[in-house]
Design a protein around this ligand. Sequence first.
Ligand SMILES: C[S@@+](CC[C@H](N)C(=O)[O-])C[C@H]1O[C@@H](n2cnc3c(N)ncnc32)[C@H](O)[C@@H]1O
Length: 222
Amino acid sequence: MWCPEGLHEGDAQLLGDIEDKDVLEVGCGSAPCARWLGAHGARAVGLDISAGMLERGLSAMASGGTRVPLVQASAESLPFADASFDIACSAFGAVPFVADSANVMVEVARVLRPGGMWVFAVNHPMRWIFPDDPGPLGLTATIPYFDRTPYVEFDPEGTPTYVEHHRTIGDRVREVVAAGLELRDIVEPDWPEWLDREWGQWSPLRGQLFPGTAIFSCRKPN
Ligand SMILES: C[S@@+](CC[C@H](N)C(=O)[O-])C[C@H]1O[C@@H](n2cnc3c(N)ncnc32)[C@H](O)[C@@H]1O
């Protein structure tokens, strides 16, 4: 699943043919995507910075289903040789959570083989201007689109527990291009009619008015 709009790789095929391909999932969490890719013929590897999230993936695999290697590391410094993968993908993993997302693009470009695909989903940059509210409050623009100050949550001791970095559409395009990648598409999934569920900031009310997800489809030139 690429995003809360319910776009599924089995239908969308944004990664192209995954059969017998080396596929890296960046910011895999408990690795539902990497495990799905592995179950559908890819040699998938999941990477995440969080040991806790990877533990959940290991527990899920211990209960059955396809097993894939999981690697604990940061997307800012991928522990793989150059040209190791045919495809890299990310569904809301890592990219919005690092200050230097341009470097993530460079790292992914490095580990891709020529002709390889890099497809990553993030919050649509225009969502930044609205409060994270699924109801009417989430329809009024209150935050400047051009303000790149990160959103930070702190614990009672003042330690940051959650940080999310905003980039405009132009920022994201420039980071992809500066890494030597070609930008092929920016997919903005519609809110489907069948989806009447609210989840966090996501709701039919908002989804019918503006996009929530941007999926950047990139390719490393031959
Ligand atoms: C919103 S979750 C998405 C998980 C997964 N892609 C999914 O669809 O279930 C974001 C994930 O990115 C991971 N992450 C955050 N910063 C990272 C970094 N610098 N390198 C690798 N993973 C990171 C987090 O640990 C978390 O598991």
